[in-house]
Ligand binder design. Structure first.
Ligand code: FES
Length: 106
C-alpha cells in the first residue's frame, strides 16, 4: 500500500489502503487539510508540494495543466483533490495553505 509522508507535519506517515482514492480523501481521513472549493479543482488550497516520488502521482490532469499554464501551480505541486498515487511519496503542505491550529516544522 502506498505510504504518504507529510514532511513538514512532523513527518506524519499515512498508509493509503486504496490506490483508487484521491489523495485528498486519504489525507482527510488522517489529518486536517485545506480544501476550500470542496475538491472541484478550482482553489489550489489542497495542493501538495511533492518532495519525493513525483513519478508516483497519476499523470497531470487537464485541470492541473490549466493551473500550471496560469502559473498558479508549479511542476512539483499537485492538486490532492484531483490525483491518486501508485506508490510512496513525501509531500509537504504549502506555506500559504497551512492551517493555524496545526504545528508545522518548516
Ligand atoms: S480542493 Fe480546491 S483545488 Fe482541490
Amino acid at each position: 500500500m502506498p505510504r504518504i509522508i507529510i514532511d513538514n507535519l512532523a513527518s506524519k506517515a499515512i498508509e493509503s489502503e486504496d490506490k483508487s482514492k484521491k489523495l485528498l480523501q486519504v489525507l482527510l481521513e488522517h489529518t486536517d487539510w485545506m480544501h476550500a472549493c470542496g475538491g472541484k479543482g478550482r482553489c489550489t488550497t489542497c495542493k501538495v508540494v511533492a518532495r519525493e516520488g513525483l513519478q508516483h502521482f497519476e499523470s497531470i490532469t487537464h485541470i492541473e495543466q490549466r493551473l500550471v499554464n496560469l502559473n498558479k501551480l508549479q511542476r512539483n505541486e499537485r492538486l490532492a483533490c484531483q490525483v491518486t498515487i501508485s506508490s510512496d511519496v513525501v509531500v509537504a503542505v504549502a506555506n500559504e495553505n497551512k492551517l493555524p491550529h496545526l504545528k508545522y516544522s518548516d
